[in-house]
Design a binder for this molecule. Structure first.
Ligand code: ADP
Ligand code: MG
Ligand code: MG
Length: 325
């Protein structure tokens, strides 16, 4: 029981979507196991649908049928792929859900990670183009219209699933909760008897995951992407998991990490990846063009830039960084 909130906080964890899932529900009394079971089942259902590592998932079936035949998919997945394409358009291709051939080639996060041969890179690059994903809105089918294309929803799925969990929590009558899918944080309502939830922003230069600052927010999503999440190093160069679909290489720019604050987590997830690849200037421009979306950029020179809507909500705690606006 948290005395500062007058509420009972019930927290349960699981390991799904290849990451740590933590759900905390605030209520008058302890939240029952049944709500957590329903949440973990929901996640498992989406994982079975979306995972590219599960051979009979719908996404795997789409990939196996590339260049061959359209695959009919559940409405949920159809909508998610539609949204993925919308974000690809919005970011002018910096975000691309057909990135799979490049992700597979680099193998970042696996034991096989290596810098690819340029001939292999050329080949994979030629298979990455979201314009070649054909959606049929009547029959709800998805077709990758060239052999060896490969859909990868890794940059958008956690956000989407977080939104679905929030809907479930609200539907069950709970009004205050925190959903944390491996660092993708989605708040349900406000923090009871408090002005805000404090969300730590990870120091991308620290291996132990310490926070460099705090965002003070209510009823928002916070999603981060950075060079620290999954990477390998070779000859002093860090190759991380955020790939530029134009060059085929992990994006090298002035950024170490970015965080997106939004109402809906699928927007934040897609944008975190898109804005990282776009870099500060274009990324800032994109975020400012969108209603209700804010961003925090952490540069390699340790300057931190926030969009106007976050100025009063970000508190820097590590003074080796500098807030420059
Ligand atoms: P994380 O999964 O670590 O939270 P992101 O949400 O930023 O990080 O997604 C990164 C994942 O998205 C990569 O592991 C890869 O599967 C995929 N990806 C990498 N680059 C791109 C890109 N340019 N567009 C879309 N997806 C990408
Ligand atoms: Mg993302
Ligand atoms: Mg993410």
């Amino acid at each position: 029981k948290d005395k500062t909130t007058d509420r009972t906080i019930t927290t349960q964890e699981s390991y799904q979507l290849a990451t740590r899932i933590t759900i905390s529900i605030y209520d008058e009394k302890e939240a029952p196991n049944s709500i957590f079971d329903a949440i973990f089942d929901l996640i498992a259902g989406y994982e079975d649908m979306i995972s590219r590592n599960i051979t009979d998932s719908y996404v795997s079936r789409i990939n196996q049928a590339a260049g061959d035949a359209p695959v009919s998919v559940p409405d949920d997945l159809f909508n998610l792929i539609h949204q993925g394409i919308t974000y690809a358009d919005l970011s002018q291709g910096a975000f691309d859900i057909s990135i799979g051939p490049l992700v597979n080639l680099w193998g970042i996060g696996t034991y096989e990670a290596k810098v690819p041969e340029s001939s292999e890179l050329e080949k994979a690059l030629s298979k990455v183009d979201y314009h070649k994903i054909e959606l049929d809105y009547d029959t709800k089918t998805v077709f990758l219209n060239e052999k060896d294309m490969f859909l990868d929803l890794g940059a958008i799925a956690k956000g989407y699933i977080a939104d679905e969990i929030k809907a479930l929590i609200l539907e069950k009558g709970y009004t205050n909760a925190i959903i944390n899918l491996g660092g993708n944080v989605l708040m349900v309502g406000n923090k009871p008897n408090s002005d805000y939830w404090s969300v730590g922003i990870r120091d991308p230069l620290s291996d132990s995951g310490t926070s460099l600052g705090i965002l003070e927010l209510n009823d928002n999503s916070v999603v981060s992407s950075g060079v620290y999440e999954r990477f390998f190093e070779e000859n002093g160069v860090r190759y991380h998991h955020l790939i530029n679909p134009n060059t085929g290489y992990p994006e090298q720019n002035d950024l170490l990490a970015i965080s997106i604050v939004s109402d809906v987590s699928v927007d934040g997830d897609a944008l975190s990846t898109a804005v990282f690849v776009l870099g500060v200037e274009k990324g800032y421009e994109l975020v400012e063009s969108l209603e209700g979306v804010e961003a925090l950029f952490i540069q390699s020179d340790k300057d931190i830039i926030v969009t106007p809507g976050l100025k009063s909500k970000f508190r820097l705690i590590d003074d080796t960084y500098k807030l420059v606006y």
